[in-house]
Design a protein around this ligand. Structure first.
Ligand SMILES: Cc1ncc(COP(=O)(O)O)c(C=O)c1O
Length: 463
């Protein structure tokens, strides 16, 4: 009996019995021929399993848990280009509303006249804010007939890499406050040692990437007020609130770090961190239009309409902005406060328990942003095992707990850090502790054997 033609075709085959999956997929050259969509999907989806489980990644600050409604909105908005404001006026309107809401959260003097923009993330927002400070400083210097060729910016060595990029890409001298034993962030005294007439601004971080601590914005602002009274120099502050600017307004509302301080001229945050939006959105806001020089804004007409554009990217996804708005509507201040407080409770619980294990000194317990960090009490090792060894052992259990050395000033000190994010429950925290305790006990029992090889520094990105 003749076989039905279709039985010869690959079409009815199980994905894993197909010709496409019978060979390894092309890696470095675009293949000559097409394949079934479901086959290509299966190959890539399977390969991505090797990335591990993002919810067990304790290094990242970026959201790894989303509600189903966010996933639905992301599906429905994958085609929205944020820059096409004329074609997608409602997406642009949603961005505008978010800017107002955020400016209000940060106590802008007039949130109805909010000046700000969405970005791809904090890195882009920091470039924009840094440029605005440089342009303002340069305009003022030129207007006063003074030299404007040697701008500098003051910040801690603990700034995220985006600020080193800013200094290098925009040709601004970076003056870095080093860390010192017991001081992992900047303070007013150290900042004042570095400022001069060429200072475009001071960057204060709300939630240091290295330790999770808030830098003392008010103390620095007060010191710069005093300095201005003595010298006449008016030095602005930018607050890098990549994480903290979406935490403090909800659970530390009494802390003065934002536009309540006259000296704070701009603030950035990552919508995709404690803003709880999916990866790919950040925000920058200025105190008022005065702090965003006009000549940084381009008016483009080729999308229809005459649209102001202040961004480094042109095309970028609009879905994340829609989801940011979703979260603002869905959660309100009450919902954000509950989520951030839940994260903080877990961070405090973890730091109590990790501190009680014995060998560790807690650097920050998570009471600023819900991020805890610790170091080994006596030197850098437990029975010869380093924190890097501990990270590796934890990774065998699926946990990614990063170890890294601190920057200049404390460069020989290694620390570990956990970022407690939305979706990291107390039960998961308990599971992590059980594994951590077991790893530490093993290290205490068995000295590190030389055959374990050279100390391996785990790759780690300050995200
Ligand atoms: C303090 C700080 N600034 C800036 C950034 C960069 O943010 P993004 O990853 O959103 O570009 C980070 C990332 O962790 C950060 O912690």
């Amino acid at each position: 009996m003749p076989l039905h033609k279709a039985e010869h075709s690959d079409h009815f085959d199980d994905v894993f019995a197909s010709n496409d999956l019978d060979v390894t997929a092309p890696k470095l050259r675009v293949p000559e021929h097409q394949m079934e969509a479901k086959h290509a999907y299966q190959i890539i989806s399977d390969e991505l399993m090797l990335d591990g489980n993002s919810r067990l990644n304790m290094a990242t600050f970026c959201g790894t848990w989303m509600e189903d409604e966010v996933r639905r909105l992301m599906n429905e908005t994958f085609d929205k280009n944020m820059v096409d404001r004329d074609e997608y006026p409602q997406t642009a309107e949603i961005e505008r509303r978010c800017v107002h809401m955020i400016a209000d959260l940060w106590n802008a003097p007039d949130a109805d006249q909010a000046v700000g923009t969405s970005t791809v993330g904090s890195s882009e927002a920091c470039q924009l804010a840094g440029m605005a400070m440089k342009w303002r400083w340069r305009n003022a210097r030129k207007a006063a007939g003074k030299n404007a060729e040697k701008p500098n910016i003051i910040m801690g060595v603990n700034v995220q890499v985006c600020w080193h990029k800013f200094a290098r890409y925009w040709d601004v001298e970076e003056r870095l406050v080093p860390m010192a034993e017991g001081r992992y962030i900047i303070n007013a005294e150290e900042v004042l040692k570095l400022v001069d007439e060429n200072t475009i601004g001071v960057v204060a971080i709300l939630g240091s990437t290295f330790t999770g601590q808030y830098e003392p914005v008010k103390e620095i602002a007060d010191a710069l007020d005093k300095h201005q009274a003595e010298t006449g120099l008016d030095i602005p502050i930018h607050v890098d609130g990549a994480s903290g600017a979406m935490v403090a307004p909800f659970i530390q509302p009494e802390l003065e770090w934002d536009f309540r301080l006259d000296r704070v001229v701009s603030i950035n945050t990552s919508g995709h961190k404690y803003g709880l939006a999916p990866l790919g959105v950040g925000w920058a806001a200025w105190r008022s239009a005065e702090y965003l020089p006009d000549d940084l804004i381009f008016n483009v007409n080729y999308l229809g309409g005459d649209m102001p554009d202040f961004a480094i990217n042109f095309s970028r996804p609009g879905g994340q902005v829609c989801c940011q708005y979703y979260n603002f509507l869905r959660l309100g201040k009450q919902g954000y406060a509950k989520i951030q407080q839940a994260c903080q409770n877990v961070a405090l619980y973890l730091s109590r328990e990790i501190g009680a294990l014995g060998p560790f000194e807690i650097i920050h317990d998570g009471s600023d942003i819900p991020v805890l960090s610790w170091r080994v009490k006596d030197g850098n090792t437990i029975n010869g095992h380093s924190l890097f060894d501990l990270s590796e052992r934890m990774r065998n259990r699926g946990w990614q707990v990063p170890s890294y050395t601190l920057p200049r000033g404390l460069q020989d000190t290694a620390v570990q850090r956990i970022v407690v994010r939305h979706g990291f429950s107390r039960d998961l925290a308990r599971a992590l502790l059980v594994d951590l305790r077991e790893c530490v006990e093993l290290m205490e029992k068995h000295a590190r054997h030389p055959s374990m090889g050279e100390e391996k520094k785990q790759g780690f990105t300050h995200l």
